[in-house]
Write a protein that binds this ligand. Structure first.
Ligand code: BT5
Length: 328
């Protein structure tokens, strides 16, 4: 993707240079007036960037704020085909899924990414809450417009879980992630990631799907809920060191782009196989709690359209499309 936003071009030029640049040279090299540069530098400083200017030396970049900002992410995902086509960022928001949904209704393109440093009403499934303390996690939603029939959208949750697991494994090689159907990622049997997929569809046609994910990256235990099905933890707690949120977010978006293209190309088998590799749930004894039922049994696997297959004590296989899974 070719990003043309002026502020981004300026920031990229400043960061690439890494020392003093004369205003005239910079203005020439990026085709922006001195007044334009000055305006964008003010805006960048407001966002928390440190940029120094001196009359006889020119201008130089010093540091970026500790935020997962679009301008920082773009150069890291330049090869993406769809994911990251457009960005929206907020320091604080109610829910990135709510914002992404509003943008989707207003026609934002496939692959639009919404990021926030903090959510005041982060959403889990079934009206539950997602704790989203400031500048510690990654809170992100992506608008997707897949060419799929409604029943196939379950695979979207799969590609998100795959992408995030791969990203965590790359950034934190000591951590062994496990996907827990349908939407959690666990490390040492503790929940470090939640995924919320919300589809807007009419009849059997999908208008758009919002995929939201929350990753507890550098979150400390006291900021996470503990009286839950699975205790919560974060990547930093489990690995004993802080994790680069920017790098992790970039790899998530890169991998999501890869798997989204796979999905659009009809490669369901490859997705289900990869999901199975990363989930390691087969053979586990579980109880699945649904709104009106409880099913106890052993996990046999997943179907091609993303349902969980659980065999009960009478050898009957249940095909489960929604519910909370507890290991027993
Ligand atoms: C989920 O729901 O796991 C989906 C969470 C999706 C959150 C993202 S953040 C970006 C995007 N924007 C949103 O508004 N949402 C998405 P569920 O399986 O229902 O799990 C929710 C339950 O997990 C809660 O009821 C708590 O028990 C627990 N929980 C809440 N916050 C947590 C956290 N930060 N880490 C681990 N567990 C948490």
């Amino acid at each position: 993707m070719n990003f043309t936003d002026k502020r981004y071009i300026l920031l990229k030029a400043l960061k690439e240079n890494n020392s003093w640049l004369s205003g005239t040279e910079l203005s020439k090299s990026i085709g922006m007036t001195r007044a334009g540069i000055s305006k964008h530098v003010q805006a960048l400083r407001k966002m928390g960037y440190e940029i120094e200017t001196q009359t006889n030396k020119g201008i130089r970049y010093i540091t970026s704020p500790n935020k997962v900002l679009p301008d920082e992410l773009r150069p890291l995902i330049e090869e993406n085909k769809v994911v990251g086509s457009k960005f929206f960022f907020a320091d604080e928001i109610d829910s990135t899924n709510v914002k992404a949904s509003a943008l989707a209704e207003a026609g934002t393109p496939d692959g639009t990414v919404v990021l926030a440093e903090k959510q005041t009403a982060g959403k889990g499934r079934l009206g539950r809450q997602w704790e989203s303390p400031e500048s510690r996690g990654i809170y992100c939603s992506v608008v997707l417009r897949p060419q799929l029939a409604l029943p196939e959208t379950a695979l979207i949750t799969f590609i998100v879980a795959i992408a995030i697991s791969e990203a965590i494994r790359e950034c934190c090689p000591t951590l062994h992630t496990q996907i827990k159907w349908p939407n959690d990622i666990l490390v040492n049997e503790k929940k470090v990631v939640g995924v919320l997929t919300e589809a807007s569809a009419e009849m059997q046609h999908v208008n758009h799907v919002i995929v939201g994910f929350g990753i507890n990256v550098n979150t400390s235990i006291e900021h996470l809920p503990q009286r839950v099905i699975f205790p919560a933890s974060s990547l930093a707690v489990e690995s004993n060191h802080d994790v680069d949120r920017m790098k992790l977010a970039a790899i998530c978006l890169k991998q999501l782009d890869f798997w989204y293209n796979c999905l659009n190309n009809g490669d369901a088998d490859q997705i289900v196989e990869r999901w199975k590799d990363l989930s390691a749930m087969k053979g586990r004894a579980v109880v699945v709690e649904q709104v009106n039922a409880k099913i106890a049994g052993t996990i046999e696997g997943v179907s091609k359209d993303g349902a969980l297959l659980v065999k009960d004590e009478n050898n009957k296989t249940h095909v489960i499309y929604s519910g909370d899974v507890k290991y027993t």
